[in-house]
Design a protein around this ligand. Structure first.
Ligand code: ITT
Length: 217
């Protein structure tokens, strides 16, 4: 069984859709400390380590965000806060003032089961950070030797999708989906399967799913 530490039903639905019944993804509603960092991988790794120490079972945490190029990557790691406070319409209005409306969604899945990892292209985060430490202090390793020197290792899987910010369209999905267009269609106009086939989370889940299947066989 795999615990997905999230409060976001949309993320959970997509992970279940993607990983299938055999992965047995269960939601874990555990309040991890979301550290302030300008790098979503750092945030996810920190939360996964903390959640693993709490439940002592394999966990994943997914951290994601919308990065608008002309706004220097805003809202990025602050996407959840900005969605709650400003709302997605205001983000559209900010982007509307720019000539360049290109943006991307990024996702990082952080996996922790307390064990080390064999070398693979995906990085491993090995260093616990305090609340004030950020991305510049991020430590990653790709081999067991490097991991042995650090803290409880956390494996990271990253996904990215390019697109454009547009006026809200569509009823599906969640969060910023109505204002994010990819290949002429907003994410809110796609069904779950169509979105997973191209989305940042779908891409991170694809890498994770393949790797996880091999690890648990
Ligand atoms: P957790 O409990 O998993 O942390 P969260 O919603 O707070 O749930 P994040 O901290 O990762 O998640 O914040 C991600 C923000 O980006 C949040 O506002 C989401 O609505 C938005 N977001 C992430 N993926 C998205 C997607 O596929 N479509 C639309 N919005 C998305």
């Amino acid at each position: 069984m795999l615990r997905f530490v999230t409060t976001n039903e949309g993320k959970l639905r997509e992970a279940r859709e993607y990983l299938g019944a055999e992965a047995e993804v269960r939601q874990l509603d555990f309040d991890t400390t979301e550290i302030q960092a300008d790098d979503i991988a750092t945030v996810a790794a920190h939360s996964a380590r903390e959640a693993y120490e709490h439940v002592d079972e394999p966990v994943i945490v997914e951290d994601s965000g919308l990065f608008v190029d002309a706004l220097a990557g805003f809202p990025g790691p602050y996407s959840a806060y900005v969605e709650d406070t400003l709302g997605i319409e205001r983000v559209w209005h900010l982007a509307e003032m720019e000539d360049d409306r290109s943006a991307s969604f990024r996702s990082v899945i952080a996996y922790c089961d307390g064990e080390g990892f064999a070398a693979s292209p995906e990085p491993v985060d090995t260093e616990r950070r305090g609340p004030d430490q950020g991305a510049d202090e991020r430590a990653t390793a790709t081999t067991d030797d490097q991991v042995a020197a650090g803290d409880i290792p956390v494996k990271l899987f990253e996904g990215y999708v390019p697109g454009e910010i547009v006026a809200p369209r569509g009823e599906g999905g969640f969060g910023y989906d109505p204002i994010f267009e990819h290949d002429g269609t907003t994410f809110a106009e796609m069904d779950a399967e169509e979105k997973n086939a191209v989305s940042h989370r779908g891409r991170a889940l694809a890498k994770f799913g393949e790797w996880y299947q091999a690890r648990t066989q």
